[in-house]
Write a protein that binds this ligand. Structure first.
Ligand code: COA
Length: 176
């Protein structure tokens, strides 16, 4: 591998070859989600992606959604991290932290106030994420209904001086 060179692509620039490479890694890593056999996103297309390659195959990947969310009193622009994955042959080398650091730097540079994801604390706490206990309003992408509940996997990382708010968080769309 070209010594951990993290590459960036706008999703809008993904061509057929890249689309197929993304589908390949996503369908390997998320084998329980057959949707990735035919498309490179779970619920919504992200705007940005970072990835690692080896022999012209993607072996690590994170996606980023720019999201406008609402608290009870204000709105916040956040980076929503999604589709974090590392090929089984390349796990345990710290690639998650490496890939996330690029997404975080991008988010900071672009003035996003928080980074947010839904995932396992064991994987993300060393990258600075902490669980939140806010009630979250989101669109259930299968039923098309809005749901309001505490989501135990919800985590945020502080990337600005703003303190994470208490109370209801409206994602204005699906989880990511
Ligand atoms: C989760 C996944 C991305 C981790 O890849 P990896 O290359 O092993 O990750 P890293 O080496 O960068 O490790 C990052 C942290 O996660 C921890 N970790 C990795 N896999 C773990 C697992 N299965 N259970 C618990 N912790 C795990 C590591 O110990 C490490 O913690 P540390 O930084 O505190 O030491 C990879 O297993 C994968 O692609 N899984 C399938 C897709 C998936 O579940 N993605 C996450 C969706 S939220």
């Amino acid at each position: 591998m070209n010594s951990h060179e993290v590459k960036f692509i706008l999703d809008a620039d993904v061509d057929i070859e890249m689309n197929n490479k993304l589908i390949e890694i996503l369908s390997i890593c998320f084998a329980d989600q057959p949707i990735f056999n035919k498309q490179r996103y779970f619920k919504e297309l992200p705007q940005y992606r970072w990835y690692l390659e080896n022999n012209n195959e993607i072996i690590g990947h994170v996606a980023l959604h720019k999201k406008e969310i609402n608290t009870e009193t204000t709105k916040l622009i956040i980076g929503g991290i999604a589709e974090v994955c590392v090929h089984p042959d390349h796990r345990g080398k710290g690639f998650v932290k490496l890939l996330l650091s690029h997404a975080h730097n991008f988010s900071i540079k672009n003035g996003y106030i928080f980074s947010m994801l839904f995932g396992d604390t064991n994987v993300y706490s060393s990258s600075g994420y902490k669980t939140i206990d806010n009630t979250i309003k989101y669109l259930d992408h299968i039923s098309g209904e809005w749901k309001v509940e505490i989501i135990k996997d919800a985590m945020i990382k502080d990337i600005s001086d703003v303190e994470w708010p208490s109370g209801l968080i409206n994602l204005n769309g699906p989880t990511f």
